[in-house]
Design a protein around this ligand. Structure first.
Ligand code: AAL
Length: 420
């Protein structure tokens, strides 16, 4: 009898309080505060405000350590044959600092003509901007003026991996030795697609000599798998005591390619590399630009996909979330990452690197150039000049990106339909 009475009283009390507990926040505490709370406020929030406090490292970009604008500087020291398309430098590696200077490796194409496409290419005419290329390197005392040192990894003789072209390299330092990973083309890019696996060469010094490891280290995926044709943009870091090599692949293609990024890990630089079961680990982007940040890995996700032009972050190096949205991001960025190979547990971030620009003049002279980018994606720098929210573009910049003939015809038809 007593228990029944207790339940009846408890039910009455709860019912009496129910309307108060279900009150909307505005009834409780007024509108959202004028001064943006630095911490998530204890009140009911919309999805957007919930996200603003949970997805980002700060509720406003100026305080978000993974938000930055990007500033660009023309490099000195590289010749491009008057930009006639016969010399191209692109897809730079990460920048490292050794022997008192900066080093960067990159794809260099030096051919008698600009690229002519797969149908017209031959042993001397390139199909694409990265066809018939070698891996070159340059050094610098200040990161602005560079001196090209020459070939690091030349194309090997047929039928070795990369005999047609070696391109899009990146550097790893592991136990005092140096490793260059690169795309090894065995046919001209564009014959079927941009198909290639990844190979590697190694040296005791960043100045070489480099010894090619004769086997493929990151193989193409199995038939029907997302990375069955191309393993692009190898980007090795040292993380959790292993080599974490991020890469990009092109898949789908109906109507356009989908580009996403995967991860392969190894305990030995020459493999075997194990592809992560959750691949692809980034659903957007193009060339790979990643760096240790705090306990995780951050990524510059550019150009392609739903989440293009974002900075992303994975606390575990695998499950990436959007950490910031920005603009004018470096294409094919190769950052200077002092702790890229230290297996750090507190990645400090980046402030500069080398990137590229393609189609510098016009498609008939297609070639790429290297340039320097600067940013504040660092725990050790506080540069408000890098945290502005937008760039101003002059009207002529907008007018250059105008309507095409088909779009104008559609608009005209829509207008005419209004007059019927
Ligand atoms: C680059 C990279 C890879 C592709 C081609 C050269 O942007 O994604 O290297 O194969 O384009």
């Amino acid at each position: 009898m007593k228990q029944t009475k207790f339940i009846a009283v408890l039910s009455f009390v709860l019912l009496a309080l129910a309307p108060t507990a279900c009150k909307t926040q505005t009834q409780n505490e007024g509108g959202f505060p004028f001064i943006l709370p630095k911490q998530k406020p204890d009140r009911q929030l919309s999805a957007a405000m919930e996200r603003n406090y949970t997805n980002y490292m700060a509720p406003r970009p100026e305080d978000n350590e993974l938000y930055s604008q990007f500033k660009y500087t023309e490099l000195k020291g590289f010749d491009y044959n008057d930009h006639n398309g016969t010399i191209s430098r692109r897809d730079p590696s990460k920048v490292i600092f050794e022997n008192g200077k900066y080093y960067v490796w990159y794809t260099k194409r030096d051919t008698p003509t600009p690229p002519k496409g797969a149908a017209l290419c031959n042993d001397t005419i390139p199909s694409s901007d990265w066809d018939l290329a070698d891996i070159f390197y340059a050094t610098s005392k200040d990161g602005f003026t560079w001196e090209e040192q020459g070939v690091a990894v030349p194309r090997p003789p047929k039928p070795q991996v990369g005999w047609r072209s070696v391109a899009t390299t990146d550097i790893l330092k592991w136990k005092g030795k140096f490793y260059l990973y690169y795309q090894g083309f065995m046919e001209a890019s564009g014959k079927r697609g941009d198909d290639c696996p990844v190979a590697v060469s190694y040296a005791d010094s960043p100045d070489g000599p480099w010894t090619p490891h004769s086997e493929i280290v990151i193989p193409n995926g199995g038939e029907g798998e997302w990375d069955q044709y191309s393993i692009h943009d190898p980007h090795p870091l040292v993380y959790k005591g292993k080599i974490y090599l991020y890469y990009k692949s092109d898949c789908d293609g109906e109507p356009n390619l989908v580009r996403m990024q995967g991860l392969a890990t190894a305990d030995n630089p020459l493999g075997p590399f194990a592809k992560h079961p959750l691949n692809p680990v980034i659903n957007s982007g193009h060339e790979t630009t990643l760096f240790p940040f705090k306990e995780g890995i951050a990524a510059l996700v550019i150009k392609d996909g739903n989440e293009h032009f974002t900075v992303q972050y994975a606390k575990d190096g695998v499950n990436f979330e959007i950490a910031a949205i920005t603009e004018l991001m470096p294409t094919a960025g190769g950052p200077f990452i002092p702790d890229a190979f230290t297996d750090t547990k507190d990645g400090r971030g980046i402030t500069w690197g080398i990137s590229h620009l393609t189609n510098v003049t016009k498609w008939s002279e297609n070639h790429a150039i290297l340039l320097r980018f600067d940013c504040d994606l660092s725990q050790d720098v506080d540069d408000p000049g890098m945290k502005h929210l937008f760039n101003y573009y002059k009207p002529e910049f907008y007018y250059k990106h105008g309507l095409n003939k088909k779009q104008r015809e559609r608009i005209q038809e829509q207008t005419e339909a209004l007059n019927k």
